[in-house]
Design a protein around this ligand. Structure first.
Ligand code: PAF
Length: 286
């Protein structure tokens, strides 16, 4: 596996792979790779002939008071994991390489609709940063397939929408969330948790599972139900940011007749913001 840091080297390596008749898979990441990322790379290796992973902690998607400076950077470890997972090329650019004109004058990709609620409401500008960097990566690599985790459910919806709206010729694949044995969704931010917080953290997914059971059991009073879910989180020691039941495609608030739902939550433990979600598919009414 080669590591390149410039767009010129990246394009040359991808062109070489294409000339050899290989199709191209892309797994964009911010590094500090865990088993969830590795599952994406392994899937890309099964489906495509040449796998590119990117590691770039994208300043454009962090708010002024967020964890850009402290976000874990573990390149040497990540390189070993990518090699074992079957990655062919790592693109690990600098901020200057990605934003040579600076970030102030960078063209911004804004995806309306799906980017507005949930994390979009609590993290203004976050999805503009994600959509912009992912669009740039798509233009740089021109992959046939790009793979993202479903833990970032709204991010995946934003990326699917931008690909559709901008006619980008890439297939998007979402992969199931990888969880620790106690149910906590794997995330690079889990490393910020103290032992006490780590012991509480699985309650986030348990609360989503409880809500899922209530919905499958027939409850449709979603506002009341989410209030009860938020209370459970608070009682467990979280500071809930949001907990909503949405239509899975549009991410608009779910209505009683909707069948494909996502229950999505973000909550703080200390300074650490965790997100998770649970999809619920209800049988069609007879
Ligand atoms: O999910 C992430 O790690 C990031 O948001 C992504 C998609 C790599 C864009 O920076």
């Amino acid at each position: 596996m080669n590591t390149v840091t410039t767009v010129r080297e990246l394009r040359a390596a991808v062109a070489q792979a294409r000339a050899e008749g290989k199709d191209i898979g892309l797994v964009p990441t911010m590094g500090n790779l865990h088993a969830g990322h590795i599952a994406l790379v392994e899937q890309a290796a099964q489906r495509t002939g040449f796998v590119v992973a990117s590691i770039f902690v994208n300043p454009l998607q962090f708010g002024p008071n967020e964890d850009l400076a402290s976000y874990p950077r573990t390149l040497a470890d990540d390189q070993k994991k990518l090699l074992d997972a079957g990655c062919d090329l790592l693109f690990a650019p600098s901020v200057e390489e990605m934003y040579p004109q600076g970030m102030q004058s960078q063209t911004i990709v804004h995806v309306s609709g799906v980017s507005e609620g949930l994390c979009g409401a609590s993290r203004p500008g976050h999805f503009d940063g994600v959509a912009t960097v992912v669009t740039k990566l798509f233009q740089m690599v021109q992959p046939d397939l790009a793979i993202f985790g479903q833990k970032d459910f709204q991010q995946l919806a934003v990326i699917r929408t931008l690909v559709r709206d901008l006619n980008i010729p890439v297939q998007i694949l979402g992969m199931p969330t990888v969880r620790a044995e106690d149910g906590l969704a794997l995330s690079s931010r889990n490393g910020y948790l103290s032992p006490e917080e780590r012991a509480i953290a699985p309650q986030l997914y348990r609360t989503l599972q409880w809500l899922g059971e209530e919905v499958r059991g027939g409850r449709r009073d979603y506002a009341q139900l989410c209030g009860e879910g938020r209370q459970r989180l608070t009682d467990a020691g979280f500071r809930p940011d949001y907990l909503d039941i949405c239509q899975a495609d549009s991410l608009r608030p779910a209505q009683p007749d909707d069948r494909h739902l996502v229950i999505a939550a973000a909550a703080y433990l200390g300074n650490t913001r965790l997100i998770d979600n649970l999809e619920v598919e209800l049988a069609s009414a007879p």
